[in-house]
Write a protein that binds this ligand. Sequence first.
Ligand code: SF4
Length: 387
Amino acid sequence: MLEETSDPSPVLDPDALAGPSAEPRADRPDEAVPNSGDLTVLRALDLGQMQELVAEGGFPAYRAKQLYGWVFGKGVESLDEMKNLPRSMRDWLGARSRIAPLEMIEAKGEENATRKIAWRLDDGSVIESVLMRDEGKGRTGLCISSQVGCAVGCTFCLTGFGGFVRHCTVAEIIGQVLGVRRHLLALGERIHSFVFMGMGEPMLNLGAVIASIRLMTDTEGMAISPRRITVSTAGVVQGIEEFGRAATGVNLAVSLNATTDDVRTSIMPLNSRWPIARLLKACRDFPMATRRRITVEYVLMRGINDSEQDARRLVRLLAPLRCKVNLIMFNPHEELDFQPVEESTLDLFMKILSGAHLTASVRWSKGREIEAACGQLAAHHFGAASA
Ligand code: SF4
């Protein structure tokens, strides 16, 4: 019988990262992966694996494509919805497999431009997805989590503060996309872009992230254009290199957030392992179509990385890179020791970047009222999940 793996080909052990948050917390053991029993999780199977499953039951080969279409194309959540499959096949599937949809436990900010959705996983862990609507362009983006918690330990991030719990499985990553798609369809909305920028560092769960991207972009199933998907990393260089070799065709974003190694290491401990020069070289070497650019994210924090010299150093650092810069206003939280910058500082940054012909845009923290800083919604549920 086919089994789902949480991490088909891990690049790095999250515990190997520097930083206090690299240690999994005792009350949230990282071995707590979902127990699917002996049931095959359909949302973790590619078409070839589904063909094997269907052949195992002695059903005609064309039934595999139909099954695949129901699971990924239509995103159904029960076998009973698969109307063109014979009852005998649905019964056979029901005895040995499950679709494993995620349980949506909270959707915050329904009326806002930013909506957070919390999901409870089989082992009680909670992850979140964030929907961001660009009112001007009338487009909606979905931010996906790839891990429960995070081992990277960025000091400005609430997820990093909570530490690493475990990797998300392929079905848990795909489940966020299918669950939100279904939720939005009922409201007459659709998702235009997808970014792996929720909880966790995608490059530390790369096997599952790549498998999920292959499922998302498969034209026989979810059929999402790779151009509409972005994977965002804090700078795991080894992962960026391996991800480039996987040739998924999706976009890359890098969270830079500082212009000197001292400052970057102080707010992103992984910089001691992969300093700025090494990270930017990996970005320059990342294979991209001619007209595509890497997104460089820069969270502006008062007194940390917001000086005029920072802006000028940023220009110099990024000059050799085909990129665009996304300046992000820090979203304050009582448990984090950082503050947002004044608008005048942001204006100066924008002026210096634009003056150097760097394409830059600003992302405002639209979701303060729904605690939209990274990981803040899920943090509410961790206590209950681990009890
Ligand atoms: S910012 Fe991203 S990589 Fe850093 S701790 Fe938070 S979730 Fe992890």
